[in-house]
Design a protein. Structure first.
Length: 204
């Protein structure tokens, strides 16, 4: 009997190879009852160990996938990114939190506000009712000199990523796709939405 452990990082895959050598058994050699019992016990122990190892590995992969969904933090040197969270009133269910969040998101003016987002906005991904994830795209008017000289006359696009946790807490990340600085655009957008939620009793 030989056991081989093959590892990659923290994940271990068990490969089990059972073999009999010529010294252990041959047509001219008979195993007694005790030998059969010992071999049987060994095989059972190996099978249990393999099952436990594979189950543990599957759990690690599953946990990694769940953590991968969490929004990344902004880079410490980023001047075009806002990362925060919005907390609903206590005892608010996830479903109620999503309902209030959607209401506030829908209230954002398509014509923009505070001289930003003149090109409108739209849901790029809306899975709030299932995975709790959403991504919205906000566009500048594309009429300013920055858009003309640095973006080919096209509107700048910012992404607002949201993740609603089971507790109803909303993780928020708003970031510009291009440019080193957003001149406060993402902060103005997040503040507008945060103020609307605060009026509903949320903690910001």
């Amino acid at each position: 009997m030989k056991l081989f452990l093959i590892g990659t990082g923290a994940h271990v895959v068990l490969a089990t190879l059972l073999c009999t050598s010529t010294s252990a058994y041959s047509p001219s050699t008979k195993l007694n009852v005790n030998d059969n019992k010992i071999n049987s016990n060994r095989r059972e122990a190996i099978a249990k160990f393999a099952s436990a190892t594979l189950a543990s590995t599957a759990f690690v992969f599953s946990s990694s996938e769940e953590k991968a969904q969490a929004l990344d933090v902004c880079s410490p040197k980023a001047n075009n990114c806002v990362r925060t969270k919005w907390t609903p009133p206590s005892s608010t269910s996830k479903e109620s939190a999503i309902s209030s969040l959607k209401e506030v998101l829908s209230s954002y003016p398509q014509g923009g506000q505070a001289d930003i987002d003149g090109g409108g906005w739209a849901f790029a991904t809306d899975e709030l009712g299932s995975t709790g994830l959403a991504r919205l795209e906000y566009k500048s008017s594309g009429k300013g000199n920055f858009a003309k000289f640095f973006n080919g006359g096209k509107p700048f696009v910012d992404d607002l990523n949201l993740e609603v946790e089971n507790t109803g807490v909303v993780q928020v990340k708003s970031q510009s796709r291009v440019g080193d600085s957003d001149f406060g655009v993402n902060a103005k957008r997040v503040d507008f939405l945060a103020d609307a939620l605060k009026a509903k009793g949320w903690s910001i």
